[in-house]
Design a protein around this ligand. Structure first.
Ligand SMILES: NC(=O)c1ccc[n+]([C@@H]2O[C@H](COP(=O)([O-])OP(=O)(O)OC[C@H]3O[C@@H](n4cnc5c(N)ncnc54)[C@H](O)[C@@H]3O)[C@@H](O)[C@H]2O)c1
Length: 306
């Protein structure tokens, strides 16, 4: 299994992490990154991951960066596309890939939400197109959703699952190629409600973060929502659903509160303010220690590194 040739298209936030984890698993990785500045910063970003893990930086010799697609994906058994989240860009990349890779090379998209069947719609060999949704940062978060589309062959699915498992990832098989797959549907269902609660003045954005981190989030690493439902009993789960569901947010489309933030240029860390004020990191109010004096400037507040 190690020693395969793998192409990564796009050497940005996700692409460099994907390239790293595959090189660390023993593969030779070619990265196509068309933007000079991103290509130039790639070695430094890869070295930072090696330092984080305490890995021998010699493994980075397995990664090569390219300003053209064809040499990056030459002889590739797999290509992972991690280019911007725009359908025409991804469709263009897949069309170019088809003309330079072998017909049996597996073409995987790391799209967060776009079905791979849309990305690969115009290709000749559609059985080798598949979704592989890594989570940011891909070298740290274990999960990769492997999304089969209606044309993906069983062999392509199996080889992709195996490659990722061998690279140490927890690969899960998603059987339908629906927008957002599973993980982002769950995540955005929560974000949708969170934004609506803040917009309605029920609580502020900071309180949402504390609620999630100190409440359900604190146990979610150990107990998934299905396990938790079984634990408390489906009868109780039904009773709560009966009272609650009619009151959950049903705004059609993105909430106007979110749209206005974006329109006003309040984009989060990029601009210094988003749902919360950002000051070189996300500010977090820690749980007050017993006996702490209230009202002191800076007390009970710490900075969370990213
Ligand atoms: N950022 C996340 O948290 C996250 C998580 C999971 C999946 N994704 C998905 O991964 C993909 C990449 O996201 P990202 O956050 O790494 O974006 P990014 O902007 O950091 O990286 C994209 C890279 O692609 C390059 N690029 C631009 N046009 C290209 C082209 N035509 N061909 C090849 N490369 C091109 C850019 O120069 C950039 O370096 C997107 O589909 C995104 O939805 C992102």
């Amino acid at each position: 299994m190690p020693g395969q040739k793998i192409g990564v298209v796009g050497g940005g936030l996700m692409g460099h992490g994907i390239a790293y984890l595959l090189a660390a698993a023993g593969h030779d990785v070619g990265v196509f990154e068309p933007v000079v500045a991103s290509r130039a910063s790639l070695p430094q970003r890869l070295h930072a991951i090696a330092a984080l893990f305490g890995d021998d930086p010699a493994l980075l010799r397995r990664i090569s960066a390219h300003d053209q697609l064809a040499p990056a994906v030459k002889d590739a058994a797999f290509v992972f596309e991690a280019a911007p989240e725009r359908l025409p860009v991804k469709q263009g990349i897949f069309a170019d890939l088809e003309s330079v890779v072998a017909p049996d090379a597996i073409l995987a998209s790391n799209s967060s939400a776009i079905p791979s069947s849309d990305i690969g719609r115009n290709l000749k060999h559609r059985q080798r197109v598949i979704g592989t949704h890594f989570w940011n940062p891909p070298h740290l978060v274990p999960l990769v959703e492997v999304i089969e589309n209606e044309k993906t062959s069983g062999e392509v699915l199996q080889k992709t699952m195996e490659l990722l498992r061998h690279a140490g990832k927890t690969s899960v098989h998603v059987r339908r190629d629906i927008p957002g797959f599973v993980g982002n549907r769950l995540q955005h269902a929560m974000k949708r409600e969170a934004i609506a609660l803040v917009a309605a003045g029920v609580c502020d954005a900071e309180t949402i973060d504390i609620e999630v981190k100190e409440g359900p989030g604190a146990r979610m690493a150990a107990l998934g929502p299905m396990e938790q439902s079984d634990l408390v009993g489906l009868d109780l789960t039904l009773d709560i659903a009966d009272v609650l569901y009619a009151h959950l947010d049903r705004t059609a489309g993105p909430h106007p509160f979110l749209c206005k933030k974006v329109k006003d240029g309040r984009l989060g860390m990029k601009t210094g303010e988003g749902l919360r004020a950002v000051d070189g990191g996300i500010r977090r109010r820690s749980t007050p220690t017993p006996g702490a004096l209230p009202g002191r400037a800076g007390q009970g507040e710490e900075k969370e590194s990213r």
